[in-house]
Ligand binder design. Sequence first.
Ligand code: FRU
Length: 494
Amino acid sequence: MTEREKELLAQAYAEIEKNRDIVENDPYRMNYHIMPPTGLINDPNGFIEWNGKYHLFYQWQPFKTGHGTKFWGHVSSTDLVHWEHEPIALAPSEWYEQDGCYSGSAVEQDGKLFLLYTGNVKEDDDRETYQCLAESSDGKTFKKHGPVLHLPKEYTAHFRDPKVWKKNDTWYMIIGAQTKKLEGRAVLFQSQDLKNWTRLGDVTGTNTDLIGEFGYMWECPDLFELGGKEVMVVSPQGVAPDGMLYHNEHQCGYLVGDLDYEEVKYRHGAFVEMDRGFEFYAPQTLVDAKGRRIMIAWMGMPDQYEQKHPTIPFKWIHSLTLPRELKLVGNKVYQVPLEEMKMLRGDGVSYAGAEMVNEEKQFDGVEGDVMELGLDDISGTFERLEITLRGNARFIYNKETKLATLERASFAHGQTESRHCYLEELNSLRIFVDKSSIEIFINEGEEVFSARQFAYPENKGYSFASKGYVSFDLNKWNLNKSAAAYQVQDERYA
Ligand code: FRU
């Protein structure tokens, strides 16, 4: 370990200790989501199941609730529900990453854990980018090998976020890029040893013309097989709102198609928003030993309101979403809450065959700020069904317009803001509420709305309203806490 690395790690651990009490006393601190111990969290990185354990790294700025020189934080889990903190994985100690160890991924080779990530360097207005390799035998401390790939001349220095996978004994890597014409791209590379990489070409844009110009930069691409197709999930910047679509500052969506690795041609359908809510960006997936494709995302958004988050006075900001299992149904990617989430269920109440006719009502026991709410077999001739959550957020399904809507009071200015999606019919809802977030899974994952919600902490009520006749089975469970306080033994300091 270099002196610089030692110094950075010591400073980051000291910052955690300094802010520990204030962070833990925030009424908006969540109970079962991954959050930074202090400072800012953004993208999930290096999501992998390795040696029988799930590992998840994340973009982390320990010293302020803003962006900047990022570290890689690290948590691990055996069940994707209870996460343990691990020693800090990467600190930006070297010249090729002096302004941040940016996003990347993890793979296993010969029993070892390898990270591929972006070294970010900024000199005045100039930016440099290096794709770097680091390796670990214990899954805790990483030896850096430095840059393994330099910027090809066709792209600007907005070239980052390597996601690596293996197919037929060859490594492939996809990188988010910007062409010199300022168009977003995803670039495919291949390698036999993770160290020497050959560029195969752009898998979108020039080679397919199917999507053309779509944003000025594509961040965090992830490309994988799902249900016999290749799905690319990507977060483009610079896509203008289009009707009810693309109202967040930056977008996140997916393409479904067929990738010809030889010809480097990706024939895909239209870009579809991955999540319909307010905070969802830069997701990453893994495939686990059970063969499940699981995705987790940043439940945040870089925008002009970021610095208005109510948790900032408590010295932390943002969280990750719940991990979700992906399934391809037709050409649609469904996101299903993990089976393991049921482990957190505590007491609950249920109302089988609950009915409502042109009324507004509450159900006894349906209250709380750390809970799961299920509505199954939603049926009836109703025109509208509304669920108001904790006073300042509302889910609405309008059967006439076939629109599903999430409204909330903006945490920045208090005005109501809304996001919508088209939904042919509403059959079921599973809503996960944590102290300051809601994730609404519609029809077993056909659509999802994810959002941070800053309700009055005392407000734990839910109110249901219908126009017309509606019936459903209602279940509510309190969820137990799984987020652990930060407790880490870093051997490098023993
Ligand atoms: C996406 C992103 C990535 C980058 C990282 C830096 O949110 O901008 O492109 O690697 O965050 O933290």
